[in-house]
Design a binder for this molecule. Structure first.
Ligand code: ZN
Ligand code: FE
Length: 256
């Protein structure tokens, strides 16, 4: 199994595009298709042809390029079974726990309802890569459009049990505002403070904050840390459930 090659680019205003290329089969998957022209130019820059689109959820900024890319490359579009009707050009549906091969790389599907009702993440198990789209961001999580906070909390717990060293690619460059918010929830977290300073510097230079790692998120992302005693104390929620603490953090972020 040779290592996968990745191409990451920003498109629309703050969406990340990611191409995942398997040098053995020359398969190239676009993780979502925010913008067909941006995906095509990224592929051409690398001399790759899109063979697959792995759709995470139905929002326009993740599927708008589907039909144009299918027209151009005749690629196969894979996506969440629970949003099948809303995903243009969908060929193959995936449910929670399904796995498939991309070349000889095993990909496991993790359903993470919250941001949307059927959102899925793609876990490249042996490569230790997770494509989390709008479920888990660096220092943030997706807004709750279609499911309540408790569902999102449980979805995030499904990601939190993956190996610590998992590299996480997420859907949007929201990290700077996420960092500023995180400091209001977890102000004494030294690791968070130094990470926030790094992020300020990176963004000031126009650099991206993708990818992150699961261990980094577990130590600094307040949305994964509802059980943390210092956060609970800060929110005056020491006796509440994790779901309630998570819901409060999400609510504060919506109003931040
Ligand atoms: Zn979305
Ligand atoms: Fe999005």
């Amino acid at each position: 199994m040779s290592p996968l090659d990745l191409e990451v680019f920003l498109c629309r205003s703050d969406n990340f595009g990611v191409l995942v290329h398997d040098p053995e089969t020359r398969f190239t998957a676009s993780i979502d298709a925010p913008d067909a022209a941006a995906v095509i130019s990224a592929a051409e820059r690398r001399g790759w042809k899109i063979t697959h689109i792995f759709t995470t959820h139905h929002h326009t900024d993740h599927v708008e390029g589907n039909l144009a890319l299918k027209e151009r490359y005749d690629c196969e579009i894979v996506g969440p079974i629970n949003e099948a009707v809303a995903i243009p050009g969908l060929d193959k549906t995936m449910a929670d726990g399904d796995s498939f091969l991309f070349g000889d790389h095993t990909v496991k599907v993790i359903e993470t309802p919250g941001h949307t009702a059927g959102h899925i993440c793609y876990h490249f198990v042996d490569d230790k890569l997770l494509f989390a789209a709008d479920t888990l961001f660096a220092l943030g999580c997706g807004r709750l459009f279609e499911r309540p906070a408790a569902d999102m909390w449980h979805s995030l717990q499904k990601l939190a049990v993956l190996p610590d060293e998992t590299a996480i690619y997420f859907g949007h460059e929201y990290t700077l505002s996420n960092a500023r918010f995180a400091l209001t929830i977890d102000p004494d977290n030294e690791r968070l403070k130094s990470r926030a300073a790094d992020i300020e510097a990176l963004r000031a230079e126009g650099k991206f904050t993708i990818p992150t790692t699961l261990s980094m998120e577990k130590e600094t992302n307040p949305f994964l840390r509802a059980a943390d005693p210092a956060i609970r104390r800060n929110l005056l929620m020491e006796t509440r459930t994790n779901e309630e603490v998570f819901a409060e953090i999400r609510k504060r972020k919506d109003n931040f």
